[in-house]
Design a protein around this ligand. Structure first.
Ligand SMILES: *[C@@H]1O[C@H](CO)[C@@H](O)[C@H](O)[C@H]1NC(C)=O
Ligand SMILES: *[C@@H]1O[C@H](CO)[C@@H](O)[C@H](O)[C@H]1NC(C)=O
Ligand SMILES: *[C@@H]1O[C@H](CO)[C@@H](O)[C@H](O)[C@H]1NC(C)=O
Length: 533
């Protein structure tokens, strides 16, 4: 069958996706990428670039991805396509606040140096008028396909649906003419979002985060033979009351034969030192059967089985992918809803985390370590010495890494980042078997149980202007938080144990791609040949 639309389209692109049962020809009309609009896109991007260069640099990270201008939240579509890594993110370019969400886009050859690309999808169609929300990217037959959630309102009702867009060059994306591919949630009072799509044998599977009719978080499974026609297979997990009112950004993958499910959840009550943030991202371990479309019988998502991934103040909505050499990589939003983004006064807000590598221990604990290639960011060694409690030194720059090692069997290890009028403290206490960070303010404390292996405390601390990420031991505990230091940072050693500190200055790694404009103009002129079905 051959579908096409030529009414408004400046040109047509025929994308052939051999499905399992039949060869289906999908015609994607370039409804919005008419020549005039295309030029407008390129000019917009140039304008954003100019504005961003002129904008105040205060608090702006240099090696973490932030939006060129405006607001950023959840990452999306982390993938590898045509020799490049791609990351997308929820993006509102017009000011430092959430609004009509697009998919911002950055690419990298090595996961260390990133270049801003023009936004991949912008809400223009009726089914996505209020935004294009987070989803998955995957690569099939030389095309990158993205699955995303459209949102729009009718009167006072917010509707959501699932959609597809396709790209042959990883820059320009075309929306499927017959979007939405899933028009409505399975029941009238349900909500669904953030499709996670993957393939297993002959089938495509989709997990969607859901809110049930009873305002409980749930996870819905869909299946498809061709990526376009989806069957609902029911909920595979749901909250029984303690696990919040909506589940978002599901991720599902395998490490060494074990299935992991990651969820971002709204509405879990805090419980002592657990679940201190407004919303939480955590993981569970299970075994998923493709025959029944269900997890193992005793699989249950509850606050008892849900393990928080990161113990800091600002961490939500993860995306993972498999690197070319088989490592499970993760990136997340280094932010939290309803927190104060001091930088939004300067026309931008928020950033993504460093890319992390995930490992699973035999005890079923997920470890997060900084991407191994991140050492490429190190420029010069600024400090290297043993420090006694009470000693301090100036950090020397706003973007740096500290490697902290204690002597054997430490009692208390304490490091503080201090600035005029504030500080961020890290305290390990062996007696309590715990590590605590405190960034000050009303809700400054975060805490995790931690017994370091090998009897010494090892930490890697990454500071990037207005963020800090602390990786403890082999990644058993990680804290990610925003901080707003005034002036220079001093590093002070406290506790009662001397520590060895190695400090590297880290270079800038997120920039503009000066060739992108030329590339876009060139691809605009390239004739695209419709292929026969
Ligand atoms: C939405 O609008 C309808 C009709 O105006 C009204 O009956 C209903 O109560 C409204 N619902 C909410 C949640 O405001
Ligand atoms: C999902 O539903 C489809 C259509 O009803 C069915 O063919 C398929 O076997 C189901 N898959 C699983 C895993 O239950
Ligand atoms: C710190 O500890 C780590 C892990 O044990 C080790 O690899 C590293 O060489 C140590 N660094 C220093 C400077 O002692």
């Amino acid at each position: 069958m051959l579908f096409y639309s030529c009414s408004l389209a400046a040109r047509l692109v025929v994308v052939q996706l051999p499905a399992q049962m039949e060869v289906r020809a999908i015609v994607v009309g370039l409804l919005w990428l008419g020549s005039a609009q295309f030029i407008e896109e390129i000019n917009n991007f140039e304008m954003v670039k100019q504005k961003s260069i002129m904008a105040k640099k205060k608090y702006r990270p240099t090696y973490h991805i932030s939006a060129p201008m405006g607001w950023l939240n959840n990452p999306a579509g982390f993938t590898f396509f045509q020799r490049q890594y791609h990351i997308f993110y929820q993006y509102h370019p017009y000011n430092g606040a959430w609004g009509h969400i697009q998919w911002g886009h950055a690419v990298s050859d090595d996961l260390v140096d990133w270049r801003h690309y023009p936004p991949a999808i912008i809400p223009r169609e009726s089914y996505e008028r209020q935004g294009c929300l987070t989803g998955t990217a995957l690569v099939q037959n030389n095309y990158m396909t993205i699955f995303y959630t459209g949102t729009y309102t009718i009167g006072n009702v917010t509707k959501r649906n699932q959609n597809v867009a396709i790209s042959s060059d990883g820059i320009i994306f075309q929306k499927y003419l017959y979007n939405p591919i899933i028009k409505d949630p399975p029941a009238i009072d349900m909500d669904f979002r953030n499709p996670k799509v993957w393939r297993n044998r002959n089938m495509w599977y989709m997990l969607c985060g859901m809110k049930t009719e009873l305002r409980l978080g749930a996870l819905g499974l869909y299946s498809s033979r061709d990526m376009f026609n989806w069957h609902y297979n029911g909920t595979v997990a749901q909250s029984y009351g303690d696990m919040g009112y909506i589940w978002e950004c599901p991720d599902f993958f395998e490490i060494d034969g074990t299935h992991l499910l990651i969820l971002s959840v709204r509405g879990i009550q805090s419980d002592g030192f657990r679940f201190r943030n407004l919303y939480q991202t955590g993981y569970m371990i299970g075994s998923f059967s493709y025959r029944t479309g269900r997890f193992n019988e005793d699989f249950e998502v509850s606050t008892a089985t849900f393990n928080e991934l990161d113990y800091g103040h600002d961490f939500y909505a993860t995306q993972t992918m498999l690197s070319r050499d088989g490592r499970r990589l993760m990136i997340a939003w280094l932010g939290m809803w309803e927190s104060t983004f001091m930088e939004s006064a300067n026309g931008w807000a928020s950033m993504l985390t460093l890319v992390r590598e995930l490992k699973l221990t035999d005890q079923g604990r997920l470890l997060m370590q900084p991407l191994k290639e991140i050492v490429e960011l190190r420029s010069e060694v600024v400090e290297e010495a043993w420090y006694l409690p009470g000693e301090s030194f100036s950090a020397g720059s706003k973007a740096f890494e500290l490697l902290v090692n204690s002597t054997n069997a430490p009692n208390e290890v304490s490091i503080a980042l201090e600035w005029t009028g504030g500080k961020y403290g890290i305290d390990f206490e062996s007696r309590k078997g715990s590590i605590t960070v405190n960034r000050g303010g009303e809700d400054g404390l975060r805490h995790a149980d931690w017994i370091p292996s090998g009897n010494t405390v090892n930490m890697r601390i990454f500071v990037d202007c207005s963020s800090v990420e602390v990786f403890c031991g082999k990644g058993e505990v990680v804290f990610s938080s925003r901080i707003y230091p005034k002036g220079k940072i001093r590093v002070r050693v406290g506790g009662d144990t001397q520590v060895h500190i190695l400090q590297y200055q880290l270079r800038r790694s997120v920039r503009y791609d000066n060739r992108i404009r030329k590339h876009l103009l060139k691809s605009r002129n390239k004739p695209l040949q419709p292929q026969p079905a």
